[in-house]
Design a protein around this ligand. Sequence first.
Ligand code: TXA
Ligand code: MG
Length: 352
Amino acid sequence: MKTEIVILEEDKIDRAIMKRASNIIKSGELVAFPTETVYGLGADGLNTEAVSKIFKAKGRPSDNPLILHIADSSQLEDLVEEVSDTARKCIEKFWPGALTLIFKRTKKVPDIISAGLDTVAIRMPDNKIALELIKESNRPIAAPSANTSGKPSPTKAEHVKLDMDGKIPMIIDGGSTGIGLESTVLDLTESIPLILRPGGVTVEELRELLGNVEMDSSITEMDSDLIPKSPGQKYKHYAPKADMSIYDGEIDEIVHRIREETKIHFENGKKVGIMCTDQTKGFYEQGISISMGNREDKSSIGHNLFNTIRQLDELDVDIILAESISRENMGIAIMNRMTKAADGKIIRVKEE
Ligand code: TXA
Ligand code: MG
């Protein structure tokens, strides 16, 4: 299959292109499109055969459910059993935005979307191209991140092309995605709202709105063997080709330790990539250091994280040494993705 890449600007959407894209969705084929979090791989969310193509193109395990994307809250009516007061509050405050809500589903939601669960994940993306595509297609659009399963989520159309070229008819290039990390997944079917995946909307923001909000313990204790409630969270993810480790502790000690490790690997003829920050980049003379962003502005790190991992992959480094990030606000989502990329390898540094 030939993959066509079309360029669209959020503020100047070409109607003819949008029509073509929605016709592809309506005909049961796939279109990759930008959202404010990461690029999505979209299909008609009510068409089982179309949705099955998503699993095939990504190589995604069939027990991992998908998010339905809507453009108007009225679309919820057909899809969910009940919209609770808590759900209404979340919708009012965070939609359109990086918050996916889990509801009890109706029979209208195809089984393939929910992977056998009695719930469905829904969000309204905050990107005009995504919203227009949903409206023009006139149905909910099922969309996981548009990467091959196990790879970092795509934040640019080039990333989608690397993973999906020849497998789908169209990629809409709407530039770099703003947030760069996927949405927060919040389960509202529990008595206390439960975060299944940390993401673009922070725990602090949710607690401010709702009071008590819990976090799945597999997120807070990532180095344990706890089984996450969200099926997708149990898979190794975002993995670079290189062997990656995260160094956690006081920043001075982290830098000291990464410098030492880099020297040793360098002497052994290894190509080392360092994931650092604006504040520390100047300290690394050896290795290829790439700043993920500014420690004082975590959203800059979220924006660049997946691109940094993909860049190091392209440079064919053998080893990646990454600085940890403090876990407040967006930090927990960043560390969640980094820990998965490193397959759980966190080294706690402490000076003797
Ligand atoms: O930002 C995002 O959420 C992006 C953009 C494209 O919207 N989408 C995305 O989709 O990250 P995906 O499929 O890569 O991740 C969806 C996550 C998975 O961990 C999945 O297991 C979980 O949401 N999920 C989906 N439906 C669920 C359900 N009914 N119950 C629990 N977890 C669910
Ligand atoms: Mg994904």
